[in-house]
Design a protein around this ligand. Structure first.
Ligand SMILES: *[C@@H]1O[C@H](CO)[C@@H](O)[C@H](O)[C@H]1NC(C)=O
Ligand SMILES: CC(=O)N[C@H]1CO[C@H](CO)[C@@H](O)[C@@H]1O
Ligand SMILES: [Zn+2]
Length: 724
């Protein structure tokens, strides 16, 4: 979870993704590339007349050189734009060159940056990291160029006619500069830039502090009762759905350190902590672990967070916002911080009754097991797990046998192809970085038009990035002369490769996360933005997760589950009906409580970022029982270090995950649930939601598809309807 910033779809900053293959399309792109960067490999490939107009560059030793060329070219274009006389600025000589530069350079930047995730060579990964630093520094310096900003402002003031997408694009360009204070007096601008640097420095310190926390506790075997015997010799590695925190799952891997006299060392890494909280029968142990975890990096780091929040507020005020949350939310679907608060409070209060009932069940169970000791937050995970074991006949270990990788993949392909009118075709013998990697073309089924390409790099291997995520290698766009560049995506996942007799089997959580990320791939393929930048996730992070969340739902419906499952020794035997039903109920089990706990963090995050001088500790003490049905916060808890997401990476935006889940539920339930493979609805979704290019307001997009405004009601009804 911590590394989310760096992951997946979250690889959002333009230099965070790519590959040492450069898939480019269209003769125009090819020529531009060859001409501007003079990479010999291209000329070589140009003659090879490959089907589909794509080429691959293996730039292992060229990464740093490529980065230099990218920077040189970018400087050249920026200089040219800056030198346009102010009375001669037009779309063609100002906006177009910048848009085309972005579209062409993005895949090249990705070629520099993505090797750090997938390359098999240590040397290449290092070069890739270095190249990324160079590129980042350059990009950051570009967004401080006053000369370019001045030309843009003159262009914008001239009021030349533009379509809505172009208008939006120009606004985004200008906004980038203004976030660096370019519209302010020079003293204020320096202050903005100083604050930005300070925020980066404090964030770095905060993360370092958490990472270097080496606190551990020692327990005897008895005190750890409940943890499986093999666990005592093992370390648990938690794997979270990259875009969801609702369900934790863990895999056993490595060894838990046993120190002298049979005592075991439990560190405060989230994998150890979650395992103890979920499995350990001894209430005292759970409490001690939870308390120690809540206290880590005590006093001093609280001041790091306080300073960080203050610096953010100052930064936002200089830019004309009343507080940081208003600034951060203004670029998102939610628009204002008060809307976010209202949303969170709405969710929390609608779920209070159900959460009360859920809590009563847990309390009763604790009474039976431990007597009259009061129920605390440290008991939540343990008793939830316990009830789930009793309630649902779900053996996730055995369930795996129904998800052999090839079957899951072909099932997922089938669902997406049928639903959205697509056709995927594998490209044989493609030039790739590892023999496991596969490449596919995606076509529109009825017209046969080539929509894009995607790579699947599915299996874990040494040195590969450790999360499941979608990475954009090239974005769709249309150049001024009408030439289209098509999207290219890469899906990285962490499946275990088969061991000979048994094929690779997926855990259910892996199936869901694969489905989710593949949803992003399809979203990328179907996007029809004219500007590379607007086809990305930088536009509206509240909106961009919605489609993938919608698609996760197919993993919980019997009809579609049966399409993606089959017993590995006899794939004609799909998963049993009762299991499908259990999975669906399990999905919502204790969801009111779980959601409330998440709402608590989100409220905390939103409040500290929307008001000045909040006493962080007091706020948390006050919020905790209020949201969590009277359960008090654990003694000594330091909220500053409990929710790293609020502090770094998701500041003022923690709500976004619940937000997208809620609206995704509305879409799925109202439009798809009763007819899972209805291509008419699927096509509507594809053309209205997936294709939309970021110029249109997300609420408008969703309303257009739903035929009404999106609402939180359906979600609440689902949660309540599927409860115990
Ligand atoms: C392309 O899309 C990705 C992800 O969808 C985004 O992060 C990136 O910023 C976009 N590219 C450009 C040039 O903005
Ligand atoms: C400011 C600072 O660095 N604070 C501390 C945060 O917490 C860690 C671990 O407890 C300390 O080592 C840091 O000094
Ligand atoms: Zn996602």
């Amino acid at each position: 979870m911590e590394s989310e910033r760096n992951g997946a779809k979250k690889l959002s900053s333009k230099s965070k993704v790519g590959s040492y293959i450069v898939p480019l399309t269209g003769a125009a792109a090819l020529l531009t590339l060859a001409a501007s960067f003079a990479i010999t490999a291209i000329n070589h490939r140009r003659n090879s007349k490959r089907k589909g107009n794509y080429i691959f560059l293996s730039l292992f030793h060229e990464i740093l050189k490529l980065a230099d060329r990218i920077i040189a070219k970018s400087k050249e274009v920026h200089d040219a734009v800056a030198s346009v006389p102010l009375d001669k600025v037009t779309y063609k000589n100002v906006i177009s060159p910048l848009a085309e530069l972005e579209a062409q350079q993005f895949p090249l930047m990705q070629s520099c940056v993505v090797p750090k995730f997938v390359s098999t060579s240590d040397k290449v990964r290092k070069a890739s990291i270095e190249a990324e630093k160079k590129i980042d520094a350059h990009v950051s310096s570009c967004s401080k160029r006053e000369d370019v900003y001045r030309v843009l402002k003159v262009f914008s003031a001239k009021g030349e006619w533009m379509g809505p997408e172009a208008r939006h694009y120009v606004q985004c360009l200008i906004r980038d500069f203004e976030q660096n204070g370019l519209d302010l007096t020079s003293t204020k601008r320096e202050e903005v830039q100083r604050l930005r640097a300070q925020i980066d420095e404090l964030s770095f310190q905060y993360v370092q502090n958490l990472n270097y926390d080496a606190t551990y506790l020692l327990f005897s075997e008895n005190e750890l009762a409940g943890l499986p015997t093999e666990f005592l010799k093992m370390v648990l590695v938690i794997s979270l759905y990259p875009c969801s925190v609702m369900h934790l799952t863990w895999v056993i891997k490595g060894t838990l350190e046993e120190v002298e006299n049979g005592m075991f060392k439990v560190t405060l890494k989230s994998n150890h902590v979650a395992a103890v909280l979920e499995l350990c029968m001894i209430g005292k142990t759970r409490r001690l672990v939870a308390m120690t975890y809540g206290k880590r990096c005590a006093k001093v780091n609280l001041s790091v967070l306080e300073e960080l929040v203050q610096a953010r507020h100052k930064f936002a005020r200089l830019l004309g916002y009343s507080n940081y949350a208003d600034y951060a939310v203004s670029f998102r679907m939610a628009k204002t911080s008060s809307k976010v608060l209202q949303f969170l409070e709405g969710i929390s209060s609608s779920l209070s009754d159900l959460a009360q009932k859920e809590l009563a069940v847990l309390k009763e169970l604790k009474k039976q097991e431990e007597g009259e000791i009061p129920f605390g937050v440290e008991d939540l995970l343990y008793y939830v797990k316990k009830v789930e074991q009793q309630e649902f006949d779900l053996d996730f270990g055995a369930l795996k046998q129904y998800f052999p990788v090839n079957l899951v993949l072909s099932g997922i392909f089938k669902i997406f192809q049928d639903l959205f009118g697509l056709r995927f075709e594998e490209i044989a013998n493609a030039d790739v970085w590892h023999s496991d990697v596969k490449v596919f073309s995606a076509f529109d089924l009825s017209s046969g038009e080539l929509l894009g390409y995607f790579y699947l790099d599915m299996y874990t291997r040494e040195g590969k990035y450790g999360q499941t995520c979608m990475v954009a290698l090239q974005n769709g766009s249309v150049a001024f002369n009408g030439a289209r560049q098509i999207p290219v995506a890469l899906l990285i996942s962490q499946l275990q490769k088969d061991t000979g007799r048994v094929p690779s089997l997926l855990r259910f959580s892996e199936v869901v996360s694969f489905f989710h990320e593949f949803g992003h791939v399809v979203q990328h393929m179907c996007n029809h933005a004219s500007f590379s930048r607007l086809s990305g996730v930088r536009v509206d992070p509240d909106f961009v997760e919605i489609p993938a969340h919608v698609q996760e739902n197919w993993c919980y419906e019997s009809l579609s589950l049966k399409l993606i499952s089959g017993f590995y020794q006899d794939i004609t035997k799909p998963i049993k009906e009762e299991i499908c039903k259990s999975l669906k109920r399990w999905r919502y089990s204790f969801s009111a409580l779980k959601l409330k706990q998440e709402v608590l963090y989100c409220l905390f995050d939103q409040i500290i970022h929307s008001a000045d001088d909040v006493d962080i500790v007091e706020l948390f003490k006050h919020l905790h029982p209020k949201v969590m049905l009277g359960l008090p916060v654990l003694e000594g808890t330091n909220p500053a270090s409990c929710f790293p997401r609020c502090a770094i990476g998701y500041e003022a935006a923690c709500y976004s995950r619940i937000w997208s889940e809620v609206f995704a539920a509305d879409i799925f339930t109202s439009m798809f649930r009763d007819d899972l493979l209805n291509q008419n609805v699927g096509m509507q979704f594809r053309t209205k939601v997936l294709a939309s290019g970021g110029a249109k307001d997300p609420v408008e997009i969703l309303s257009d598809f739903l035929g009404r405004e999106p609402s939180i009601r359906t979600f609440i009804d689902n949660v309540i309807g599927c409860s115990l």
